[in-house]
Ligand binder design. Structure first.
Ligand SMILES: NC(=O)c1ccc[n+]([C@@H]2O[C@H](COP(=O)([O-])OP(=O)(O)OC[C@H]3O[C@@H](n4cnc5c(N)ncnc54)[C@H](OP(=O)(O)O)[C@@H]3O)[C@@H](O)[C@H]2O)c1
Length: 356
């Protein structure tokens, strides 16, 4: 790091720390004395964070994972936008305005996170911010875009002109997936509750299904698409077991059902989770199992995918959808909002009050 820069980076900072297991209001602490990790390994940047974004995984891990498996205490959250203060990578340099993420493996190892004034991050998950969006618009892009990218292209091999079904079109992952699929000329069918129809259609969705009006698998069986879907993305993280077990009716042979991870909504759904695991992972087709591929998706450390999103944004082919923006000190309110599962786009926390 240059001498000028070294004097402009304080030794300690303000950050939201995950300190124990539990609800965010119990498990997080706003700490004014968190050391700034300014010593970079190869391929890393030190970023002055302008805005950070929350993901449901933040509060899920807080509630579920015992401290011993989670690298606590660590700064909470993954996604950010900011300005590079130092870089050990030839591609990204000091002064660059970037967006990116600190994925769990890096977070567990380094205790870094996005809800802090300064964050160290690997450049594999950082890209230049397109100049036609602001830091608060860019902060929430990385995890959901990398997840949607992995689901559609790494896992399901979606091709131009094919047909995609998205369960949860108004989730942030769904919003990214719809736009990525439309950018390569796919036909998209997506669900959400009726109040989100306009949003989901504004992303280019061709067919909208209001999931509150009846079981989605029945709607699809009664109006089977021709041709059948090539890919189904379950982007709401729900235990949509019938959507999978009936999928031969509307997913083409050789097609892939990708899930962000079916999660029980409370202890009452544990028996459904057990059945889901049996139906999706274990039951062979010769014992009546579904004759389609079922796969999970995860964000990968692929800088080129973030660069592609940035290019689509700068060309006006992909938009960032922000639900709400909270002040740094109000991060707990932002967590409460994410936990309602009703956000329509990303929930952002302004780390630098002057960020737009
Ligand atoms: N595998 C991974 O690595 C990975 C990565 C990212 C996210 N995820 C998971 O993916 C899921 C979505 O994450 P996110 O950040 O995109 O969520 P989010 O934006 O916070 O999701 C909120 C949206 O969910 C919709 N929704 C709620 N229940 C629904 C249902 N039954 N059917 C359809 N839509 C429903 C709501 O729309 P309505 O109000 O219209 O219902 C709302 O717009 C979460 O479970 C998250 O943990 C997994």
């Amino acid at each position: 790091m240059s001498d000028t820069l070294a004097t402009s980076v304080p030794q300690t900072q303000k950050a939201w720390l995950a300190i124990r297991r539990g609800e965010p209001s119990y498990a997080l602490r706003l700490d004014n004395n968190v050391p700034v990790s300014s010593k970079l390994e190869n391929g890393e940047v030190l970023v002055k964070v302008q805005a950070a974004a929350l993901n449901p995984v933040d509060h899920k891990k807080l509630k579920l994972l015992p401290t011993v498996f989670s690298g606590r205490p660590h700064v909470i959250s993954h996604d950010f936008a900011g300005i590079v203060l130092a870089s050990s990578d030839s591609k990204i340099k000091q002064g660059d305005e970037v967006f990116g993420t600190i994925l769990p493996n890096f977070q567990n190892r380094t205790h870094q996170g996005a809800l802090s004034q300064f964050a160290r991050a690997p450049t594999k998950t950082v890209a230049l911010r397109p100049m036609n969006i602001t830091p608060t618009q860019a902060a929430g892009l990385a995890v959901v875009c990398l997840t949607a990218y992995n689901a559609l292209f790494d896992v399901a091999k979606l091709e131009p002109g094919q047909s995609l079904f998205v369960s949860g079109g108004s989730t942030a992952v769904g919003i990214a997936a719809i736009q990525l699929a439309k950018a390569i000329g796919c036909k998209v069918t997506a669900t959400a509750s009726g109040k989100n129809e306009e949003l989901v259609k504004s992303l280019g969705t061709d067919v909208f299904i209001d999931y509150t009006k009846g079981p989605v698998h029945e709607t699809l069986e009664h109006n089977a698409p021709t041709p059948k879907f090539h890919v189904i993305l379950e982007a709401a993280g729900i235990l949509a077991l019938p959507l999978w077990t009936h999928s031969e009716a509307y997913l083409t042979p050789g097609g892939t059902f990708v899930s962000v991870g079916p999660q029980p909504d409370g202890a009452g759904e544990i028996p459904i989770l057990i059945r889901y695991i049996w139906e999706a992972f274990i039951r062979p087709t010769w014992l009546g199992g579904v004759k389609r591929k079922w796969r999970l998706c995860h964000p990968q450390e692929k800088q080129e995918q973030l660069e592609h999103i940035a290019k689509l944004i700068s060309e006006g082919k992909f938009k960032s959808v922000v639900d709400s923006v909270y002040d740094f000190d109000d991060a707990l309110k932002a967590f409460e909002h994410v936990m309602t599962k009703r956000a329509r786009g990303k929930v952002i926390v302004k780390v630098d009050p002057s960020a737009d």
